[in-house]
Ligand binder design. Structure first.
Ligand SMILES: Cc1cc2nc3c(=O)[nH]c(=O)nc-3n(C[C@H](O)[C@H](O)[C@H](O)COP(=O)(O)O)c2cc1C
Length: 295
């Protein structure tokens, strides 16, 4: 696939590996050869990282539904500094751009992480705003466009490379997207998982509350991409139920400029290779249609 532009940045392919769906990332080369990584993956997005380590939620953490997956990982991670020391050096050997997915409990935590990462050789940041701000009584950053503006502006001042804001699919999505654009984000990921609940067992009654991903959410996120593409000028990176080249093409026709592969990795670790090949074939087949959609 020829190089792919996303705003002012260029990637080898338009397919990014979605945050959290490859664990800490060290298993990637167990399943994909370096050649496959090079040919199919535009960037690797790390698991969500915080300033301090987080234990995450007690089990059950994953629950399958007929066409989706509910996860309740609770943002477990070893903390940014440990990640940089223990895991990042090995990931760097993949020779693929690495984007750090970050979440913070306060603006300050986000800013501190951006400052640390500005000193490292990292390729980009993706800000997960679907997390509570403890300074404002636990309200999610994604509920407050003015907070998102402050967040992105502050991170932008500290970090000059590729900066993505990952939208939550609920709340004032359009206002948040515009706030991120005004504060000079480079791209938007549309979107995170949808709040959901599953019944794990009857006796004892056990429920799981978490985020729904996979094919079930694709039509919902597709609509969001379509509507957002008319509201903002930032490149949109689609994330939601991409399991085939056709899914990516659908997003492309609705205005997405790049795609994240998430749950598909958990079904088949070779998914990025298959999806990117299928997409390339479809792009060739529908070249006229694609030109029309972008003109
Ligand atoms: C097991 C699992 C863990 C995830 N962890 C994160 C995370 O740490 N940070 C984040 O921003 N998104 C996280 N996500 C959301 C995915 O990156 C992706 O945006 C979402 O699953 C929708 O895409 P999909 O339907 O292709 O999976 C996670 C999703 C799953 C399934």
């Amino acid at each position: 696939m020829k190089n792919w532009a996303i705003g002012n940045f260029t990637f080898r392919t338009p397919f990014f590996l979605a945050s959290g769906t490859w664990g800490l990332g060290d298993s990637l080369l167990k399943y994909l050869t370096p050649e496959e990584v090079k040919l199919s993956i535009g960037a690797f997005i790390t698991k969500g990282l915080s300033l301090e380590p987080m234990e995450g939620n007690p089990p059950p953490r994953l629950f399958e539904t007929p066409c989706g997956l509910i996860n309740s990982i609770g943002l477990e991670n070893p903390g940014l500094k440990t990640y940089l020391e223990k895991y990042y050096p090995r990931l760097k050997t993949l020779q693929v751009p690495i984007i750090f997915n970050l979440h913070g409990k306060t603006l300050q935590e986000f800013f501190e992480m951006a400052e640390i990462l500005a000193k490292y050789d990292v390729d980009g940041l993706e800000l997960n705003i679907s997390c509570p701000n403890v300074k404002e009584g636990g309200i999610f950053f994604s509920q407050r466009p003015e907070l998102v503006y402050e967040l992105v502006k502050g991170v932008r001042e500290r970090f000059q490379k590729f900066l993505i804001v990952k939208l939550s699919p609920f709340g004032p999505v359009f206002e948040v997207a515009k706030a991120a654009e005004e504060a000079r984000a480079d791209a938007l990921t549309v979107a995170n998982t949808y709040p959901a609940l599953g019944i794990v067992s009857y006796q004892p009654l056990q429920i799981i509350r978490g985020g729904l991903s996979g094919p079930a959410i694709k039509p919902l996120t597709l609509r969001l991409v379509f509507e957002l593409s008319k509201e903002v000028n930032l490149p949109l990176i689609a994330s939601g139920g991409i399991l085939s080249g056709k899914d990516a093409l659908d997003y492309y026709l609705c205005g997405a400029k790049a795609f994240q592969i998430g749950t598909a990795n958990l079904i088949d670790p070779k998914a990025p290779v298959k999806i990117s090949q299928e997409f390339e074939t479809m792009v060739r087949k529908y070249e006229g249609l694609l030109n029309k959609s972008t003109s």
